[in-house]
Ligand binder design. Structure first.
Ligand code: AHR
Length: 625
């Protein structure tokens, strides 16, 4: 029995209750949301980013009779974009390089338009013919080639557009020169024309739309571990540490002038999706932007505090400059940079987080207070968000909460990744939180899995967040995005490959709650025990993981020989589409059948809808090879 007290007023639920946490993990940005199709566009990949990288990663030679060399000399495009490619061209014929994109290659769709650009310099006096081709991996054209001419003298940007005449997931972008001499190239780029909201240097539309469908109240960015790990030195030259924390000034201005960096998650960060683009995305989503800056105390396994007062001073000043970049007038220094990038109006920043999950809580608080004092002195209306230290809880966590209370922190970011059982048995976590203390921002959480049962446990837990909406004012599932071809962390909310994206069951729960957030809690009590004749969590009769790359003809058959799941579910893209169309679960022929996909992986689970055990058999043929 549920008794609802319609006369009573429960806590208001904040408009920012459900939001997103966007970090470039699992290629969420480069190779994912950031729509750039060329990988390693400025030849800056380095073994410091990943031991398998070289400056020619993702590039291959095209044609013959010439040579290609990545150089870093005084002829560079600019100080932050140091490497470029020098081609020595044959007198006869064409020679150049082709980019192989991410994963299987550059994905293009028939009829769609793509914008090409390159910075080039012909090293002779006259012009050098430059041909740009979009082909598949066998060299078959996917569009009419572009004919350009690079001038001698200095670097210049050349642009053109393709309309794809066929679709491919294995596209190549080839840039070749001819006529002898040498030709220098940098920032070779290809973007789909139809980015989210049509922005230049924009975002991949299908991913951004899935995020928009979550109707997020806020966007926390750019990390996570990405923010507080690595050196806190600024980029100031070739010998400066490549593994730097995410520092916003590295990521703004013209893309060809942005530094690149090692990504904490093991790949290269182009910073093409930088602070301007994050603010713009939040604005497009109608969400509150919530940037996170490093507090000079690392976490995520590094756990070190930087003791350099000048460096701390510089980061505090950078944070004040960030607020000016977001909110300052167009005639201020940093507001002017924002205006020059195309946004004269302020972005309306109200919250800013200092630090992420630092286990050295005492060291963190010393620095946090310095940041906050400086921010409050200049921008008293900005809420400075703190955190609760290590996500695992324990002594550090308790001490961090004590310090948050002592220092009157308004909003504290908590993180935890736990089992579904934990989420089910901790629904009351916030019932006992101090109503006089700081508010809670549950900035990262997930039950460990992308199964339907994980999503259900999270949904149950979220009812506890809402019931405590007077103390929990913001929450975001994490991580948000994952490339199925290079995943550093699971589970994740939205998965993608180069052409497709699919929300997990957990995504559907987030969407359901975020699209239907109430204004206030209506107090209610439940009594009695549901009449359950069997186990209420159900029994799963069978589960198998079918990698369609390995198996054909997957069949699920009931004990009496009835086919519950048949041929339709085998075979690559067809299989995936079928599942998407069919939804992720159904009751078929009296049996509960659930399918889940991650890329080409399909999990089939089946059970009886009455939740009793069910005998079934799975057969599949192993593919040759
Ligand atoms: O979401 C993945 C990581 O989990 C984040 O980078 C970090 O904040 C947390 O430990």
């Amino acid at each position: 029995t549920i008794d609802v007290d319609t006369a009573a007023t429960g806590p208001q639920i904040s408009d920012t209750m459900y939001g997103i946490f966007m970090e470039d993990i699992n290629h969420a940005a480069d190779g994912g949301l950031y729509a750039e199709l060329v990988q390693n566009r400025s030849f800056e990949y380095n073994t410091a980013d990943n031991e398998n990288y070289t400056p020619m990663t993702s590039w291959e030679e095209v044609g013959g009779g010439g040579s290609a060399e990545v150089v870093d000399d005084d002829g560079r495009l600019n100080e932050r974009n140091r490497n470029y490619l020098r081609l020595t061209l044959p007198g006869d014929g064409e020679y150049g390089v082709a980019n192989t994109g991410y994963s299987t290659g550059i994905a293009v769709e028939e009829g769609k338009e793509y914008d090409f650009s390159v910075w080039a310099r012909a090293d002779g006096d006259g012009g050098t013919p430059l041909t740009v081709r979009l082909t598949d991996d066998r060299g078959e054209p996917l569009a009419e080639p572009l004919g350009l001419e690079a001038e001698g003298g200095g670097w210049a940007e050349y642009t053109g557009a393709f309309t794809a005449s066929a679709s491919s997931t294995a596209g190549r972008l080839a840039v070749t020169g001819s006529g002898g001499g040498s030709l220098s190239l940098d920032m070779v780029s290809l973007f789909p024309r139809d980015t989210f909201k049509g922005h230049e240097n924009g975002l991949r539309a299908d991913l951004a739309e899935k995020i928009a469908d979550l109707d997020p109240g806020f966007v926390r960015f750019p990390g996570g571990c990405l923010v507080n790990t690595g050196s806190h030195e600024a980029y100031e030259g070739p010998d400066w540490p490549r593994e730097r924390s995410f520092q916003w000034k590295d990521t703004v201005g013209p893309v060809e002038e942005r530094a690149v960096n090692h990504n904490f998650w093991g790949y290269n960060q182009s910073y093409g999706l930088g602070y301007y683009e994050y603010f713009q995305f939040a604005e497009d989503l109608g969400a509150m932007p919530l940037p996170v800056v490093p507090a000079l105390v690392t976490g995520c396994g590094e756990n070190e505090a930087t003791d350099d007062p000048e460096l701390l001073e510089r980061h505090i000043q950078d944070t004040l400059d960030l607020i000016e970049f977001a909110n300052g007038p167009a005639d201020s220094e940093w507001g002017g940079l924002r205006a020059g990038m195309g946004h004269p109006e302020p972005f309306g920043l109200t919250h800013l987080q200092v630090g992420n999950e630092e286990p050295l809580v005492e060291d963190f608080f010393e620095r946090f207070v310095e940041f906050r004092d400086a921010i409050e002195a200049e921008y008293p209306d900005i809420t400075v968000v703190g955190n609760s230290g290590p996500s695992s809880g324990g002594a550090g966590f308790d001490r961090a909460w004590e310090l948050n209370r002592e220092h009157g922190v308004e909003l504290v970011d908590e993180h935890y990744y736990n089992s579904p059982e934990w989420f089910l048995s901790n629904n009351e976590r916030y019932d006992s939180y101090d109503r006089e203390g700081p508010d809670v921002f549950l900035g990262e959480y997930a039950s460990q899995g992308n199964r339907f049962s994980n999503a259900l446990a999270e949904a149950a837990y979220m009812t506890g967040l809402e019931r405590n909406a007077d103390v929990v004012t913001m929450a975001s599932y994490a991580p948000l995005l994952a490339a199925e071809w290079d995943t550093q962390w699971t589970p994740d909310m939205i998965w993608f490959d180069n052409t497709r994206s699919w929300g997990s069951a957990n995504y559907e729960v987030q969407r359901l709650f975020a699209q239907n957030t109430g204004d206030a809690v209506v107090p209610s009590t439940a009594s009695g025990t549901p009449d359950a004749s069997g186990p209420i969590t159900g029994a799963v009769g069978l589960s198998t993981w079918n990698t369609s790359a390995e198996f054909d003809d997957v069949k699920v058959t009931s004990a009496d020989g009835e086919e519950l799941l048949g041929d339709d579910f085998s075979g690559g893209a067809d299989q995936w589409e079928h599942i998407t169309d069919a939804g992720s679960w159904a009751v078929e022929d009296g049996a509960y059948v659930q399918t889940e996909t991650a890329g080409e992986n399909t999990m089939v689970m089946a059970g009886d809808p009455e939740w009793t055990d069910y005998d079934m058999e799975v057969t599949a043929t192993k593919r040759e090879g």
